[in-house]
Every structure is written in structure tokens, then in C-alpha cells.
Design a protein around this ligand. Structure first.
Ligand code: GLY
Ligand code: MN
Length: 461
């Protein structure tokens, strides 16, 4: 974890933003795979990590905004635990690492909450996303656990979002480390991208890198020659010449900061003409978007510009037609680019998504579009220095979507269905990098990963 003053300072900022009441931060517990003692890889809750830093199961943090006191609740290990787990620090020793001196066992938390409820003081908490957390909250507050998400505190959500959205230097350094791990994952995938190799072999090899250099992957690896399926989690194909492999993979550092990088590699390491054509359209959308990112611009503007670049490229290839600005305004490009240009990234790969996307990327003035494609944009607001974003344009040929739109006669003035029909076996291309918004513009985070046609071909060889 970071030094204790980092957590003390973050909590002090939250105390200054919240008016009164208390806030509960329920840390995660182990989640069983197939029986209670056989648990999934433990992942701490990101808000608990942000304010208290302890990367262990079974703790609760409490901030009392009226008294200014912070607490850590948890039970010390007994000799039975120590026999199986080895010597363990006490809760008091652990709490000192995040600058908290008030510690107590879980039973005391129940008494404190009872007292807080009886005094009608507000208890703030963030939307829970795990069943165990909902149960714990429901039991503590004596309310229906299924309603805990809707009972979450909007004031607390907004305060936490305002803090976590702007990254500190120590956080940016961690994210750069995570991109460094992704560099090794992606260049390994490029070297392995040969006809006859099974997707699963590459998936396993790069997951191994994430585990050997950090805390594992930041999200389940997407790796497929069927890259037209945006989040393809099946890895059972054998690579064949003529296909492209989409690898969307990032790592977490040991402190749980993420990277999220996508590269698309032709099987065998050499682009054919069709692959090069589509690849260069997406590459242009990626590089032009990165070039223009900075304060004064919004992620919404960037998204729309990237969509125009993709649509213009499609028009040059004869796959789209008509006025490109109009096509993008009406959403015709979404046949090939049905997702947003990118998202905030930090302790979560889709940063703070559990708090509610509309609190992060939208506000009273900027509302989410309901247009197909545009509706998936996770963040539409203006950029601020300290934001960390992914930039991930793509171009996909999804046979089922093409068939559906064609049969409905959708956007016939903009889409050349006759020609696009012949591209239904192409797959997809996505190119994703991670950037920091700075005072003057932006910074590409981490060691640059091979990206141009020439760089990818050379990395594969
Ligand atoms: N890396 C997967 C995503 O951004 O959805
Ligand atoms: Mn992403």
C-alpha cells in the first residue's frame, strides 16, 4: 500500500466535503468458488482500497463526519487461523498502516450502528455490488438487503467520484506500471499469433505475465479471431491465416491500478490488403483522437470525431456513402463502431462503474444519448487535468447486425449493403491506448506498445 499519509489525506478531503453523519465502507470478503474454503482470487473493494488501503478480507472502515474520527473494524486472528495461515498482524497494526488509530472488533460496529440509527443520524454508503456486502449492510441497518443499492448515498457517491476521477501522481505512476505489464502481455501475444496456435495457449501465456508481474489481469482477457464480438471470452479457436486476432487485455499492479490495451494482429504477422485498409482507418481514429485529447475538449466530442474518421474511412473503401457528418449524427456508423471511444480508468478498469456511470460521465447538463452505439459512451463530460482515459476506436463486421439492418432497410442512404455483404467474414479491429489528460493536453501512458502496421509486423517476426 501507499504510505499512511496518503490515506489520511484522502479521508480528510472526504470529511471536508461531507456535511454530517457517518460513512460505512465495507471491505470485500472471500467469495467461494465451489465450497467455502476454496475461494476465488481475492479482490478488495476499490473504494475501501482508496480510503483505507488494506488489501485483506473482512474489514469495515467508518468515517464519522460529525466527530471527525475514522475507525477500522475487524476481528483479530486466533491461534486456529494462525496454524493454517502463519503469523498475522493485529487489526491495530494494520489500521496504523492507513493512519487509523480507532480499532474495534465487528461486534462493536453493530453497537455503533444501532446507536447511530437510534439518534437518527445519517449513515452514508456506496452502492454495493456483491451479495455479501448487501447482506452485511442489510443486517447492520436492519433493512432489506435487496434494496441496499437504491438506498446508497448520492452525496457520498458524488464526493467519491469527484476525488477518484482526478488521479494523484502516485496513482499515475502505478497506472504506467500497469501499462508496462500490458506491454509484455501484448508483445508476447503478437509473437505467438501464428497459424495453428490455439487462442487458449496465448490467453494462458499472457494471463501468466499479468500474474507474475502484478496482481493479475484488470478484467477477463478478451482474445479472439472473432474480434467482431466485442467482449469475446471464448478462446477455443485455432488461429488460421487470413484472420485477425483482437487482444483486449490489461493488468493490475500489486496496488490494483489498471491498464487496458487492445491490439489487433494478423495471424502469421503480415497484414493482407483488406486487413491493412481497415486497420489503418482504426489507427487513424486512435492516433487523431489521442492527438486532440486535452482540456477544452470533451470525451463526447472525441467520440463523435472518431466515429467520423471511421465512417470517412468506410466511405473511401466504398462501404459507406453519402454525407458523413449526417451519417454520424443519425448513427449509421454504429453498424461498424457500436461502442464508445473510451472510459475512465484507475483502481477499476472501468473506473468507479459500480458507483453508477451516470454520476461519473454525465450530469444535469450533459445527458446520455439513447441512440444505438452512442448510448454506450460511458463518459461524455469535458476533460480535466488528472483524468485517465482509454482511447479505443474499433471497426467491426458483425454478420447478424448487418443482416438485421439490411433486412430492415436501415440507413440505406449511408450504407453500401451490397459491398459490406462481402466483408461479413472479416472479424473486427480495435486499437486501444491509455492516456492522462494534462494541463496542456495529454500524455500517452506507459511504454508505447507496437501499433502501426510496420511495428506490429516487426513485433510478430
Ligand atoms: N477492456 C474492455 C472494455 O473496456 O470494455
Ligand atoms: Mn477499455
Amino acid at each position: 500500500m501507499f504510505r499512511s499519509s496518503v490515506y489520511t489525506k484522502r479521508r480528510a478531503v472526504l470529511h471536508s466535503q461531507m456535511k454530517s453523519g457517518t460513512a460505512l465502507f465495507i471491505g470485500n470478503v472471500d467469495s467461494p468458488m465451489n465450497y467455502p474454503a476454496n475461494a476465488y482470487h481475492f479482490r478488495q473493494d476499490s473504494d475501501f482500497l482508496y480510503f483505507f488501503g488494506l488489501d485483506l478480507q473482512g474489514f469495515v472502515g467508518l468515517m464519522d463526519f460529525d466527530t471527525g474520527k475514522d475507525w477500522i473494524f475487524g476481528n483479530d486472528f486466533d491461534i486456529d487461523d494462525i496454524i493454517w495461515m502463519g503469523p498475522q498482524p493485529t487489526v491495530k497494526e494494520l489500521a496504523a498502516k492507513c493512519g487509523v488509530s480507532n480499532v474495534a472488533p465487528m461486534s462493536k460496529l453493530e453497537d455503533i450502528i444501532k446507536d447511530t440509527i437510534s439518534k437518527k443520524r445519517k449513515i452514508h454508503f456506496l452502492p454495493p455490488y456483491r451479495a455479501e456486502t448487501k447482506m452485511t449492510l442489510g443486517a447492520l441497518l436492519r433493512e432489506n438487503p435487496c434494496q441496499m443499492k437504491t438506498r446508497a448515498s448520492v452525496d457520498l457517491i458524488k464526493a467519491v467520484v469527484s476525488m477518484r476521477s482526478i488521479k494523484e501522481e502516485i496513482e499515475i505512476a502505478e497506472i504506467e506500471k500497469a501499462v508496462g505489464i500490458a506491454f509484455n502481455m501484448h508483445t508476447m501475444a503478437m509473437r505467438m499469433c501464428k497459424p495453428g496456435t490455439k487462442e487458449q495457449e496465448i490467453f494462458g501465456a499472457i494471463e501468466g505475465i499479468a500474474l507474475s508481474e502484478g496482481a493479475g489481469t484488470a478484467f477477463p482477457i478478451i482474445l479472439s479471431i472473432n474480434g467482431q464480438t466485442l467482449h469475446n471470452h471464448s478462446h477455443d479457436n485455432i488461429l488460421t491465416k487470413g484472420k485477425m486476432m483482437v487482444t483486449d487485455a490489461g493488468a493490475e499492479t500489486n496496488l490494483h491500478y489498471s491498464s487496458d490495451i487492445t491490439r489487433t494482429t494478423p495471424v502469421g504477422g503480415k497484414f493482407n490488403q483488406r486487413q491493412r485498409d481497415i486497420y489503418n482507418v482504426v489507427l487513424k481514429a486512435n492516433t487523431e483522437s489521442i492527438k486532440s485529447a486535452g482540456p477544452g475538449m470533451s470525451n463526447r466530442d472525441l467520440h463523435l470525431n472518431a466515429c467520423k474518421i471511421i465512417a470517412s474511412g468506410m466511405k473511401e473503401l466504398g462501404l459507406m456513402k453519402g454525407d458523413i457528418n449526417e451519417a454520424v449524427e443519425l448513427g449509421a456508423h454504429a453498424l461498424c463502431m457500436p461502442h464508445g471511444i473510451g472510459h475512465l480508468m484507475g483502481l477499476d478498469v472501468h473506473d468507479m462503474e459500480a458507483l453508477g456511470e451516470n454520476y461519473i460521465g454525465y450530469n444535469d447538463e450533459v445527458k446520455r444519448s439513447d441512440q444505438f452505439g452512442f448510448a454506450f459512451l460511458r463518459f461524455a463530460l469535458p476533460y480535466k487535468p488528472g483524468h485517465v482515459f482509454t482511447i479505443e476506436p474499433g471497426c467491426y463486421f458483425i454478420p447478424q447486425l448487418i443482416d438485421q439492418w439490411k433486412s430492415e432497410g436501415k440507413f440505406r442512404d449511408f450504407i453500401n449493403y451490397e459491398k459490406i455483404e462481402k466483408w461479413k467474414d472479416f472479424g473486427g479491429v480495435r486499437i486501444e491506448d491509455d492516456i492522462l489528460i494534462t494541463e496542456k493536453g495529454h500524455k500517452l501512458l506507459g511504454k508505447p506498445i507496437p501499433k502501426t502496421v510496420e511495428e506490429i509486423e516487426s513485433a510478430c517476426s
